[in-house]
Design a protein. Structure first.
Length: 165
């Protein structure tokens, strides 16, 4: 299992142009945030769920929370500006994990932020936890949905496999 911060750094490094993971401010659902920060968190959430569906174990050590605009890893969210500035640092990720994260990046790079948020909102774990008020009640347990994710992401796993070929 890789550190969530390493996964975030690796994904950020894939965006040489800084167009996908940018610092454009956006307001949605009563929250103002960097669009790139939200995109990064959605990529990580989807990567985690798809990895669980494919391998039966988590990809990252991140704890995700069900926030209004989808799942968020607070450690990544709160350090986005620092991560964004400190690209190309040492990252401890295996080649297999790099291939997987690159596939996720490639699969979603043309998706709008609204589409990514909608995908995050389709996660039943997010649906169950997002309406809670207290942060500790918003903590998501994606592993509890492993069998459900196998069905939910089966087609996405096939697409990712074809992309590697």
């Amino acid at each position: 299992m890789i550190k969530g911060m390493d996964a975030a750094k690796f994904l950020l490094n894939l965006d040489d142009s800084r167009k996908i993971f940018n610092k454009e401010l956006r307001t949605q659902n009563g929250r103002t945030f960097y669009e790139g920060n939200a995109r990064l968190n959605k990529y990580m959430h989807l990567a985690q769920n798809i990895y669980i569906a494919k391998y039966g174990v988590p990809l990252m050590d991140c704890i995700f929370y069900a926030y209004d605009n989808g799942a968020v890893a607070p450690q990544v969210q709160e350090n986005y500006s620092i991560l964004w500035e400190q690209r190309n640092q040492d990252i401890s990720i295996s080649e297999e994990e790099k291939v997987f994260l690159t596939s996720i990046f490639n699969a979603f790079q043309n998706a709008s932020l609204d589409e990514l948020i909608e995908l995050s909102h389709e996660d039943s774990e997010w649906m169950e936890k997002h309406s809670h008020y207290r942060k500790e009640e918003q903590q998501m347990d994606s592993m509890s949905r492993k069998e459900e994710y196998k069905k939910q992401y089966a087609d996405m796993i096939k697409v990712l496999e074809r992309m590697k070929g």
